[in-house]
Structures are given as C-alpha cells and as structure tokens.
Write a new protein. Structure first.
Ligand SMILES: Cc1cc2nc3c(=O)[nH]c(=O)nc-3n(C[C@H](O)[C@H](O)[C@H](O)COP(=O)(O)OP(=O)(O)OC[C@H]3O[C@@H](n4cnc5c(N)ncnc54)[C@H](O)[C@@H]3O)c2cc1C
Length: 402
C-alpha cells in the first residue's frame, strides 16, 4: 500500500493551508494555539469564512453544500485545519445532527435546518447523556409523551457542551417505556427557547464554562420535530456516534502542540542554557513524536481502506485511533506543563465572564497562564466520544473477536 500523497493531493494540501493562513483571523488562530478560551463569536466567524468558501461542511452531499472530496482529501483538510489552529465548524451541527438529517430526516426538516447548520445561523447542542446514562446511554430516562400534535418532554440531560449558546438541541428521549431499552428511544429536535427548559452551568476543573445541565419541565415539542420514525432513535444515535468517532484522533492538534513544545523549550531558561538542551526532555518529546508518526500511518491506512469500503460504516479501527489519539493529545499537554514549570500552578478565572478567561491572568509569562487549564481541559478527550475503556471493549469484540 502506497501511503504517499499524489501530486494533486499535495497541491490540494498547499491550497487549504494557504487559505487557512490568509483567511482565518490570526487572533483566533493564536487563541486556539495558546489553548485560550474561544468566544461564541470566534467560532461563528471562523465557520462563516469556511462557509463562504464552500468548506464548512465538505463531507456532506453536494446537494447540501458538500464537496465530493475523496477520503484522502477530507483527511488532509481536517489535519491541516487542526495543524493551522483553525477552530473546526461547530461539531454538533456539522458532524452530528446535519448528517442525521440528510440521512434520516424528511424533506421539510432538511430544507429548514441544513442550510442554517452549514452557515451556523443556528447553534446546536447534543442532548444524549444523562446522570447515570453516559456509557450506558440506552438506559436514558428523559421521556416524551405524545399529546395530540405535540410531545411533552420531561427529564434532564447533562454534560451538554456549549448549551448556553444553543438555539436548538437534538435529544434522545424515551417514547416507549415498556419496550426493550434500545427500542423505546426517539430522536427529537427541540427549540431551546421553548418554555420549560433550564440550562445550568457545570464549572469544570480548568475553571471554564463549557458544559451544562439541561432540564426539561413539560416542554411541548411539535411532532414534526421527530426525526425518522418513533422508537427508532437508537439507530440514528449509533450512526451519529460512529461519525463522531471517525477523525477523533486529531493528529493535527497534537502536531501543532508539539511544534509549540519545541518553540517554547528553545526559549525557556534551564540551568546555564535552555530546556531544549536537556537530553531527557528531548527524549520525552521524541517518544511522543514517534508515536504520533505511527498513529498518522495507521490513520492513513484506515483512510486508504475507507476509500475502498462499500458499506459506508465506520471502521472499528477508529476505536484504536480514538484511544491513541486522545492519549497523545494528553501527552503533549503534559510536555507543555513540564515547560511552564511553577508558572503552571492552576489559576481559576471567573467562570461567569468570558473575557476573564482570556484576559485576566496571574504572574508568569503570558504563554504559561493557559497551560494548566489546557492540561486539565484535555483530560476530557479520553472520556467523550465514548470513553477509552468503552473503545477497548469495542476493539475486543469487533477486532479481536473476544
Ligand atoms: C467535556 C465533556 C463534554 C461532553 N459533552 C457532551 C455533550 O455535549 N452531549 C452529551 O450528550 N454528552 C456529552 N458528554 C458526555 C460523555 O459522552 C460521557 O461523559 C461519556 O459517555 C461517559 O459517560 P459518564 O460520564 O456517564 O461516565 P460513566 O459511563 O459513568 O463511566 C464512568 C467510568 O466507568 C467506565 N465504564 C463505564 N462502563 C464501562 C464498561 N462497560 N466497561 C469498562 N469501563 C466502563 C468509563 O470508561 C469511565 O471511566 C461530555 C463529556 C465531557 C467530559
């Protein structure tokens, strides 16, 4: 198998790289690179620039704004986006509910929502997890009871990322409490401005406000907001989670972080020289780099195989990519922590004030202040998208046949 890019693919890579560098505001890319908090406006600005170029949802069907790219082009695009520190299009729309709608939604839902998702005119959030129903998602208890042309929704979602900005939530709800647990679930689109919805922040260990609890108290939802068939929501959820996992290795993110590690280590005093002179430190960096290169080759093998797969189903190898990719993202933040040394002491900014997260920092060099929050924040990558333990179960069953 030849894993080298063709001349056309290299030209494509150069084109997207040049676009990211020249069109996405440097101030936004600097924030991503430094691990600083992005505002809602930063994410909207970046996605709208991509959208104007036709690149907000390149993986979608052409009819809805997609690009008909090969799996290799998609891989190059995503890796370059990460490596150039460009905020990705809001995943809850572009990666999650969008593909569910163009695959299982009806024509009215597609026309109403898909163009607005691509242009980020609506902000979507994901209402799957509940207290006690994370890995065991099918045990979810939020219920929707049909009442004429409405469903009445009662229950609670949790860990709902950026729900504080959301116009819409796509939620898994129980519509048949008597059926086997996977068979009584439906996929509902709920307007976040509906009476009876309350969003409460969960402040994370890095002091950020990224996740929320969302409560539903007799929320009335029009039946036309049901996606596909009633009680078939588990099938749509599995499809969505498969999409979420592919590309989750985020190799470009780790590449970008390692470049930063080297740059900072060359500037950081250590004894009579700089930290980069320390062979033990360089060995740690080399170990992560070698593992990253191995992961990249594995990812390219999966991408090459994907080009030939007819089923369209995600490769179970994506579980391997998820585990290793998340571990390497975390390893790079550990190297950054080592560079910042005592300046990495945790600092908790005011969570209520977005500006405080990006502007008010304690003693030490400016670059060091976000390193501890970034380290803590990156612990999440081995939990979300299906925890790494769950991925190991998938590998045991689907690959090892245990
Ligand atoms: C930062 C962040 C953002 C998130 N955003 C969203 C969001 O926007 N929307 C949403 O719906 N959800 C979101 N989640 C939730 C995420 O999907 C869940 O946290 C995840 O599925 C794990 O569920 P849990 O937290 O309930 O942990 P649990 O399922 O209770 O697991 C606890 C521990 O037990 C292990 N474990 C559980 N079952 C098994 C098993 N069968 N075998 C081996 N080990 C097992 C797990 O790996 C974990 O280590 C987010 C989570 C985080 C951390």
């Amino acid at each position: 198998m030849d894993l080298r890019f063709t001349a056309e693919e290299i030209a494509f890579r150069d084109e997207v790289r040049a676009f990211f560098r020249s069109e996405i505001p440097q101030a936004i890319r600097d924030k991503v690179s430094a691990g600083r908090h992005l505002s809602k406006q930063d994410i909207v600005t970046s996605q709208r620039i991509l959208h104007a170029r036709g690149w907000a949802v390149p993986h979608w069907p052409v009819q809805w704004g997609g690009q008909n790219w090969t799996p290799v082009q998609r891989y190059i695009f995503n890796t370059e986006m990460q490596s150039e520190a460009v905020p990705p299009p809001l995943p809850f729309g572009a990666q999650m509910v969008g593909p569910v709608l163009y695959t299982f939604g009806n024509a009215a839902q597609q026309q109403r929502f898909l163009p607005r998702i691509a242009a980020i005119e609506d902000w979507w959030c994901q209402g799957f997890s509940e207290p006690g129903s994370g890995s065991d998602l099918a045990s979810l208890r939020t219920r929707a009871v049909r009442d004429g042309d409405r469903y009445v929704v009662d229950g609670q979602k949790t860990w709902t990322t950026l729900a504080q900005y959301a116009d819409w939530i796509f939620a898994l709800v129980r519509t048949d409490p008597l059926a086997k647990k996977q068979e009584g679930i439906s996929f509902l689109l709920i307007d976040m401005r509906s009476p009876g919805i309350t969003v409460c922040p969960i402040v994370t260990i890095d002091g950020g406000r990224e996740v929320n609890e969302v409560f539903f108290d007799s929320v009335r939802v029009p039946v036309e907001n049901l996606v596909g068939q009633e009680n078939k929501g588990w099938d749509y959820a599995k499809f969505l989670l498969g999409n979420e996992r592919s590309g989750i290795a985020r190799i470009g993110v780790t590449k970008e972080r390692l470049r930063r590690v080297k740059r900072l280590a060359l500037e950081t005093p250590d004894g009579d020289g700089v930290l980069w002179d320390d062979p033990a430190f360089r060995k740690q960096v080399a170990e992560v780099e070698i593992e990253l290169k191995a992961l990249e080759l594995t990812q390219l093998r999966v991408v090459a195989a994907d080009s030939k797969r007819a089923s369209g189903k995600p490769d179970p190898a994506s579980s391997i990519l998820k585990i290793k990719g998340s571990e390497l993202q975390q390893a790079a933040t550990e190297l950054l922590l080592r560079i910042a040394g005592p300046y990495a002491a945790p600092f908790m900014p005011e969570p209520e004030n977005d500006d405080a997260l990006s502007n008010a920092w304690p003693v030490g060099p400016d670059w060091a202040a976000p390193i501890a929050p970034q380290y803590f924040n990156t612990r999440k990558v081995s939990i979300y998208g299906g925890s790494n333990e769950i991925q190991r179960n998938i590998i045991a069953k689907a690959i090892l046949g245990l």
